[in-house]
Design a protein around this ligand. Structure first.
Ligand code: NAD
Length: 364
């Protein structure tokens, strides 16, 4: 059976890691018909916008997509294409597995999965610019409604957290835990300070947890304490469920625990629709240098194959990546003890080593 998949190569290092991923998927023998769609910088050049409507339509039609990273200008310019994709397609669950890699600078025994709520929180993009007429109205209203005063030279971002979105992500995490034999779900929050928004997330998580009592354990932890515990005893965590912003930050922290951003894959899942992508960004300084680690994108493709029901191919692909990393020869600079090690290979060569293993040959 041939699967139709929308491929958004992205920009920066995106096209290089996407090409590496495509070759590795081909080497698994699974037939994919790629529907390639430019986004980000390339779409701006061609269509005048980083995320044309026809790209969203293409993903709605194929129902499965994989993407490379896309640049988001910092503090100015267009809003994040990544966030827009998640919101437009209602990809409410961001799933990021983190498991130690032999041969990488990984903590031993890390095996956790992050479930990040993907549609609301401070990430929703509801912001009011300093000095704008809108922010003046928001400040006036807020100052009237509650005792703490917002300064009139402030910018304001809004943090919506709803029962429905919290319930949906927590339930998704528990269902995953049940299906995959996971023992414990930990809700991460700052409900001691944000009593209404994070408090609501925590209360909702507690209610959902009751439906799984006796089957999956539940605990909660304050986000700052969670960071400290993750760095000291990451093995204590199993499934983590978090609002959007904490999920974003903790994902990078956990990527660091297992050997860096080059090794962290991800999936954005909605109702009957999924978009796979590495956790890392477009690392613009490495664009076109054949330098960065393609593993995060290849491992995202392994998650995609699993989602498509190609479970064996998904496992073989993940194992081939793990074997190449364990051997430590055909790996990129970030996986070498010394980042300036001249024996580090490029993006293409690391992908070729994975392909060789999949085809039953030892990497050259
Ligand atoms: P980044 O993840 O692009 O890079 C940070 C650093 O991590 C790099 O300088 C590099 O040292 C390392 N790194 C990242 N990917 C690597 C790889 N595959 N192999 C080896 N090392 C790797 O983060 P940034 O510099 O903060 O962001 C750059 C741009 O990417 C920004 O515009 C940001 O908004 C965007 N971004 C996009 C996504 C996405 O598309 N989903 C995610 C995060 C950031």
């Amino acid at each position: 059976m041939t699967h139709r998949v929308t491929l958004l190569p992205g920009d920066g290092i995106g096209p290089e890691v996407a090409e590496a991923m495509k070759q590795c998927v081909a080497a698994t023998g699974v037939a994919i018909e790629w529907d390639e769609q430019p986004v980000g910088e390339f779409a701006i050049k061609k269509y005048g916008t980083p995320l044309p409507d026809h790209v969203l339509e293409a993903i709605r039609k194929s129902k499965v997509a994989i993407k490379g990273p896309i640049v988001t200008p910092i503090g100015k310019g267009f809003r994040s294409v990544n966030v827009a994709l998640r919101q437009a397609l209602d990809l409410f669950a961001c799933v990021r597995p983190c498991r130690s890699f032999e041969g990488a600078k990984s903590f031993k025994g890390v095996d956790l999965v992050i479930f990040r709520e993907n549609t609301e929180d401070l990430y929703a993009g509801i912001e009011f610019e300093k000095g704008s007429p809108e922010v003046a109205q928001v400040i006036e209203l807020c100052n009237k409604l509650q005792p703490r005063k917002i300064k009139d030279d402030a910018a304001v971002s809004i943090k919506p957290i709803s029962v429905s979105a919290s319930r949906r992500i927590v339930k998704f995490a528990f269902e995953y835990a049940l299906k995959h034999g996971r023992k414990k779900v930990t809700a991460v929050h700052k409900a001691n300070i944000m009593k209404f928004s994070d408090g609501l997330f925590l209360r909702t998580a507690g209610e959902v947890a009751k439906e799984y009592e006796g089957r999956v354990a539940f605990e909660d932890v304050i986000v700052d304490n969670c960071c400290m515990q993750l760095v000291q005893r990451p093995q204590n965590f199993d499934v983590l469920v978090l609002p959007n912003l904490y999920g974003d930050i903790i994902s990078d922290l956990c990527a660091g625990l297992i050997g860096g951003l080059g090794l962290a894959p991800g999936a954005n899942i909605g109702d009957g629709i999924a978009l796979f992508e590495p956790v890392h960004g477009s690392a613009p300084k490495y664009t076109g240098l054949n330098k960065v680690n393609p593993a995060a994108t290849i491992l995202s493709a392994s998650l995609m194959l699993d989602y498509l029901g190609e479970t064996k191919a998904a496992q073989r692909l993940e194992q081939a990546v793990r074997d190449v990393i364990k051997e430590g020869k055909a790996v990129t600079y970030d996986l070498k003890a010394d980042r300036n090690d001249p024996t580090a290979v490029g993006t293409r060569e690391m992908a070729e080593a994975v392909c060789s293993l999949l085809r039953g040959k030892r990497p050259a």
